[in-house]
Design a protein around this ligand. Sequence first.
Ligand code: GTP
Ligand code: SPV
Ligand code: MN
Length: 616
Amino acid sequence: RSPAVNALSSEASKPAPSTSVAGSRLAALNAWVAEVAALTAPAAVHWCDGSDAENAALVAQMQADGTLLPLNPATNPGSWLHRSDPDDVARVEHLTFVCTSREEDAGPNNHWMAPAAAHAKMDALFKGCMRGRTMYVIPYCMGPIDSPLSRCGVEITDSPYVVANMRLMTRMGAPALARIEREGLERAARGEGGDTFVKGLHSIGELDPGRRFIMHFPEELAIKSYGSGYGGNALLGKKCHALRIASYQARHEGWMAEHMLIVGIENPSGETHYVAAAFPSACGKTNLAMLIPPEGYQREGWKVWTVGDDICWMRPGADGRLYAINPEAGYFGVAPGTSAKSNPNALATIDANTIFTNVGLTADNQPWWEGLDNGERPATDWRGNPYDPDKGPAAHPNARFTVSAKQCPSWSPMAEDPQGVPISAIVFGGRRASLVPLVFQARDWTHGVLVGAAMGSETTAAATGAVGVMRRDPMAMKPFCGYNFADYFSHWLSFDGAGAALPKVFHVNWFRKGDDGKFLWPGFGDNLRVLEWMIGRVKGEAGAVETPIGHLPIPTDLNLEGVELSDEARAKLFGFERAGWQAEFASIGEYLDGYGPRMPQALKDEQSRIAVLLAD
Ligand code: GTP
Ligand code: SPV
Ligand code: MN
C-alpha cells in the first residue's frame, strides 16, 4: 500500500496548503524518498514547500496534539513552547558516530562504526518506524540561495517540530528544491555520478536513549539520526550537515566549515572589520555576535553587525583573503542567561515568532529562564510541573530559542551576500577559570593553528554528561569535525601559502575567575574593548608585549575607560604565568602525540619551539 502524498489535511486541524509540490524533477531524489518510504512505512508523505500556509497548518496540528503550547499573545505574539522528552534535552556525543570506510579517517576524535554495520543498525531501527505518521521531505539550502559557497540537503523526518525549526534555521522549501534540481540535472547532464545534496534521514523513533544514534556517512554525503527530537541531533542541516559532513567536503574542496560566529565591527569612520570566532558550545558565540557596544563606544559611533552566531563556511577569494558565509538563516540559541543586560539584541530578536524549547512559564504564559531578570516569576518548570526551586531550575540549562536571524536588530544584510564577507581576524576561546589570560595574539598562521588545536574548555549543558570538566576542544570542533583531527589541522595549515592574505589569529578567555570564584572580566558588551584591540593589531596600530605564548596587551593597550578591575583582575587577565604554561604545553604535547604520525610535523615543531621558550 503506497502512502497518501501531501495529505497534511488528514491530520491538521486546518486545510492543507494546495501549493505543495509532490515529488521533484530529480529522479535520484524521488527514488531516495520512495526507498525511505518503503522502509519506514509512513501513513502519508508531505513534500515541504516552506510556505506560510504550510507552516500554519503544521503549527495548528502541533497545537492540537500538545507538541506546541501557545505563549501569551500579548507579550510573545506568534511564539510557542515545546517541552521535549526529559531524557532528550541536549546533543549526545557518546551516541554520535562518523562512519568512514577506514576507521583512521574518522580519527580518535570521533566514535566510529563501519558504514555497512552502521547502515544495518540504523535501517533496523527505521524499519516501519513512521507507521501512522506523516513523513516530511524538507529540501533546504545552507547559505544564501544564490551563493556559490552554499550547499543543499534534503532532510526526511517524521517530526513536524523539526520541520518548523528547519524552516527558521535554513532556507527551506521551494527555492531550495529548485536549486537542488538545477544542480542535480546539470550534474547528470555532465554524465557525473553521485548526488549534489546531502541526504538526511531522521525519526524521533520512541525517544528512547537506548535506541538513539546520530550516524554520519561523509563519503556518501548521508546522515541517519534516530531517537531524538533535540536540536543538534535532529535539525540535520545544522551540526550534522553544516559541520560534520561539510568539514569533510570542505577538506576535499579547499574550503573550511567551522563552529564560528561571524560579526562585523564598524568603527566611527564607517570601516567594518569582520571577525570569526570559535568558542565551544554554550561559551558565548551568540552573545559576541550580537554584542551591544558600551555607552562610550556608542557615543563615538561604533556599530556591531551580526552575520552568524554558530557556523561559518570560509574559502579563499581572488585577493587571498578568506571570505565567509553563515550557512544558517536562524538562531538556535541558549535561553538561560539571556537578559536585557547581557544580550538585549537577543531579547529583542525573540520577542515574537519564536519557538522556545524547555523554558519555564510564568502564571500568564510568558517564557521564563534563569538570568532573565525581567521582574517576572516562574510558575511552571520546563517539564510542566509547578516550579519548586528545591527541584532544580525552572528552565533546563540547555533550554533554547529558535528564531529567524532577520529579527535581530543587529542583523547584517551582508548575511545575504553570495560572496560572503572578508575575515580580518579569527578568534579562538574557551571557558578557562585559571591560567589563560583575557587575550593574546598568535605570532603567525602556524602558531595560530596550534592555538586553535590546543584549545581547552570546561564542558557545558549543551551536551549530555558532566558539566565543568576541562577537555581539549580544538577549534571548538571536538564534537563536530567529520574526520581525523590530524588531517583537519593539516588542512588548516595548508591555507598558508603564496598569495594568501590570511586573518590574524587570537585567543580570548571571558571566563577567568578570581579567588572568590567570580568572573574577573565583565564580558558581554565590554568584549568590544578586546575586539577593538584586535582590529588595532590587524591594522598595525595597537601595542603588545611578546611572550612565549604570543603577543599580550598590557592594560593600557586596551580602552578600559569605565571598567573597574581589581589588582587581582589586572594581574590575572593580563598576566603570563610561566609555570602554569609549562604544564599546559606539556599536556598539549601529549595531546598532539595521541594522534600518532598522522599529526602534522609543523604543528609538533611549533609546540616544541614554544615549550623550549617556556623552559628558559
Ligand atoms: P551554542 O549555541 O551552544 O553553540 O552556544 P554559544 O557559544 O552561542 O553561547 P552563548 O552566547 O549562548 O552563551 C552561553 C552562556 O554563556 C550564556 O549563559 C551566556 O550568558 C554566557 N556568556 C556569554 N558571553 C559571556 C561573557 O562574555 N561573559 C560571561 N561571564 N558569560 C558569558
Ligand atoms: C551547540 O551545542 O553547539 C549548539 C546547539 O549550537 S546544537 O544545535 O544542539 O548543536
Ligand atoms: Mn553551537
